[in-house]
Design a protein around this ligand. Structure first.
Ligand code: GDG
Length: 749
């Protein structure tokens, strides 16, 4: 049997038992003497009435007998009358208080004269005798002959004491019983109120309303207010613990998953897969890690949650089908498999409409303020809906439990929260939006804005990189959707479902595992100089991107042109290496960008190149991560001048790659990363001269300053790594699940 905790026992004693005992004592102290008095008075009144009756009936015969001067007959007569068990006897007194006669059992304290009485009433006196209380009643008697006598009747009152004792016991028993009943009733009432409050509370929790609405009528119920307050405090404490946990490692994340989420599966759903198999030159499938910030971030998280994860993604490689099993499963990473990759197949039409069309020409252009007009076509939208349905069906199929944890990644799958919720109502769904969320006016041009927003709100958590993106999202809801938006707590209630909007700044693994076999910075520099045929002692700048119009590659080239124009001393002394991994090359906007980039590259290089020195070297192919990290380690500066970027992980990777504390980061203020990496040289990418000046500042920065900036940024990143990003989100997921579980328990009794 479970032993109740001491605190609970103490609370019970203080709240119920002690007040009940006090009430009993109070009633006993005041009530029992009062009851005694009351009983005595009642019985005396009874006895006096009885005495009067006796006297009325014996007055005449007694007078006649006394007139005969025969006291013997009168005594005999009175003795017969006194046979009653309570009537002790009679005394007949003469005119001068002399005793005329007395019956046998009359107590000696009863006398004809003034008696030692306890009562003030002359007609009735209470006497204490050794055998108990005696009530003496006096009556004047006038005989038929006119003689005057006083007749004293003594009644035994000892029965009052007996009855009083019995009554005391009964009264005490009644008081104790009443107090116990009252205490019980009070406890039952409290329990009833608590139960009802808890049920309401848990009903609210199950409908995701609890803690969600500061103006809620819950505020008016004290019990709920207290519970609400306690839960808030607990949450705040947990959040603080997470925020101050500096050393986020894969093990720490694993621990969070194990302790907070149990052994249940975690499903990650994204468009891009973490490993792509393409047919190699000899026909053997070759594995490639795609150039994708989402993959860079999620992959280490999946490895850390090893054993409990399945990643569902589009199988986009031309050899992808060759390496999966009958269930389209494959265990990855190839070198050390630790989780399952489930591939989803799309037809060319689906890919064209859903991926290239609606996702990239529509949403990507819509959400980035890079001044590329978004394209919205009905046919693309239909494909987008169809593919989201397909992903939802696969997700449901891969959920081995009723209540899986599902982490949906990015704008390609915006409809998934609702489509999955319809199939798995008890799932805990978190969706992370990897790109910026624009302001309401900008988003408002999307013809299917309402559908997108409504579907997204079925998630339990919607994550963005920055608070600014969260606020834009909430304002967009305010503008276009009928729902309750609480801007302070960042909770949105729609049809009793609560969706929490949160900023989770994404990051990279720390340290990146690619560094384990990376050459030392000096060796990396030598390798890069050799690989790209650079002039000796040249200062190296790098840019690593998907070839995307949001990344500011052309503006970057123009800033380099401005550098060589305005600061000619740097001609021949700086080369810039730009990796541009081809991306979405089928789309006109990307083809135009590529043409434009190549044209600017030729123009600038033709202007300045001399004696084997080339100002800008473009690497227009996908590079292996190992090569990317070699570049980072070889560079004197890294230029990240995105026109608009959710976070930008290249900036973070560059910092992570420089444990030698060398190298300068130049970073766009329009990249989410600029909120954290404040020691970078921050620039407006649209301001070409400013960017050129930043390059000069980077090249001329004193060593100590370089090192201090890098050290500070490395400290920030070490703390805010991707395990922290995932850990915070999963802790929030766990909290939602625990509350749901509590609500379910209460509902099922
Ligand atoms: C989206 C958001 C957000 C690049 N070229 C190659 C290559 N990369 C890798 C980089 C880096 C990743 O791709 C790019 O990450 P970013 O964060 O810079 O950008 P997006 O892909 O646009 O990512 C972005 C991110 O999602 C995460 O939420 O930060 O704002 O736009 O890891 O190293 N990798 C390889 N070869 C290349 O040629 N292997």
């Amino acid at each position: 049997m479970a032993v109740p905790p001491l605190g609970m026992i103490r609370a019970l004693l203080l709240r119920y038992v002690l007040p009940a005992v006090a009430a009993v004592l109070l009633v006993a102290l005041i009530g029992v003497p009062a009851l005694d008095r009351l009983l005595t008075d009642w019985f005396r009144a009874d006895v006096q009435l009885r005495a009067r009756l006796v006297m009325t009936s014996i007055g005449e015969p007694l007078g006649a007998l006394l007139d005969k001067s025969d006291t013997g007959d009168a005594r005999a007569y009175l003795s017969r009358v006194a046979g009653d068990e309570r009537l002790l006897g009679f005394i007949v007194c003469g005119p001068h208080a002399g005793r005329v006669l007395s019956t046998a059992a009359m107590p000696s304290v009863v006398r004809c004269g003034e008696s030692d009485t306890a009562g003030a009433d002359k007609s009735s006196t209470l006497l204490r005798t050794p055998s108990g209380l005696v009530e003496v009643s006096r009556f004047e008697l006038r005989t038929p002959a006119g003689a005057a006598y006083t007749v004293l009747l003594a009644h035994d009152l000892s029965f009052i004491a007996r009855r009083r004792t019995t009554a005391r016991y009964l009264a005490l028993a009644a008081i104790v019983a009443a107090a116990a009943a009252l205490a019980l009733l009070a406890a039952l009432a409290v329990r009833l109120v608590l139960n009802r409050s808890m049920r309401q509370l848990l009903g609210d929790i199950s409908r995701r309303r609890f803690l969600d609405d500061a103006e809620s009528p819950l505020e008016t119920r004290p019990v709920l207010r207290r519970v609400r307050q306690l839960l808030s405090e607990l949450e705040a404490k947990q959040r603080l613990e997470i925020d101050f946990r500096e050393n986020w490692t894969p093990q720490a994340l694993q621990q969070v998953v194990r302790e907070q989420l149990g052994s249940g599966p975690i499903l990650v759903v994204s468009n891009r897969e973490p490993y792509i198999h393409n047919a190699g030159t000899d026909g053997v499938p070759e594995v490639q890690v795609p150039a994708s910030g989402m993959v860079t971030a999620m992959e280490p998280v999946m490895r850390a949650c090893s054993g409990s994860g399945t990643w569902i993604a589009h199988g986009s490689g031309d050899a992808d089908r060759l390496v999966v099993d009958a269930h389209d499963h494959l265990r990855v990473p190839p070198e050390e498999p630790s989780y399952v990759l489930r591939r989803v197949w799309l037809s060319p039409e689906e890919e064209a409409g859903y991926y290239y069309g609606f996702s990239n020409e529509g949403l990507w252009a819509l959400c980035h303020l890079a001044y590329v007009r978004p394209e919205f076509r009905e046919a693309d939208w239909q494909q987008y809906v169809g593919v989201n349905e397909k992903f939802a069906a696969v997700t449901a199929q891969e959920s081995s439990t009723d209540d899986p944890v599902i982490l949906i990644q990015d704008f390609h799958l915006a409809l998934l929260p609702q489509l999955v919720r319809a199939r798995r109502p008890h799932a805990t769904i978190a969706m992370f939006w990897h790109i910026p969320w624009p302001n309401a006016e900008t988003f408002g041009v999307c013809p299917w804005k309402r559908e997108l927003l409504l579907h997204m709100l079925s998630a339990d958590i919607l994550g963005f990189h920055t608070l600014y993106h969260c606020q834009n999202f909430l304002e967009t809801l305010d503008r276009f959707i009928e729902c309750n938006v609480n801007h302070e707590s960042m909770r949105v209630t729609l049809r009793r479902h609560v969706c929490r909007v949160r900023a989770y700044p994404i990051s990279i693994e720390w340290p990146p595992h690619w560094l384990a076999r990376a050459p030392a910075p000096a060796a990396a520099r030598a390798a890069v100089v050799k690989r790209f045929n650079l002039v000796p002692d040249v200062r190296i700048g790098v840019g690593v991107e998907r070839w995307d119009f949001t990344k500011g590659i052309i503006e970057r080239f123009r800033a380099l042109e401005a550098l060589f124009d305005k600061y000619p001393k740097w001609r021949g002394r700086v080369s810039f290496l730009q990796v541009a991994a081809p991306s979405r090359s089928k789309l006109p906007a990307y083809q135009t960008l590529q043409r434009h980039t190549l044209a600017e590259l030729s123009r600038i290089n033709e202007r300045f190149a001399r004696n084997g020195w080339v100002p800008i070297i473009l690497v227009p192919q996908h590079q292996e991560p190992r090569e990317v990290f070699e570049l980072y380690r070889a560079a004197d500066f890294c230029l990240v001048n995105s026109l608009h970027d959710g976070m930008n992980l290249v900036a973070k990777e560059f910092v992570a790659a420089r444990e030698d504390e060398e190298g300068v980061l130049i970073l766009s203020t329009f990249a989410g990363a600029s909120r954290e990496l404040v020691e970078a040289l921050l620039i407006n990418p649209f301001d070409v001269p400013e960017t050129a000046a930043a390059i000069v500042a980077a090249l001329e920065m004193p060593r100590e300053q370089r090192r201090l900036r890098m050290r500070l940024m490395r400290r920030t990143l070490g703390e805010n790594n991707v395990y922290r990003w995932a850990g915070r989100m999963l802790m929030d997921v766990a909290r939602i699940r625990q509350r749901q579980q509590l609500a379910d328990w209460m509902e099922t009794g």
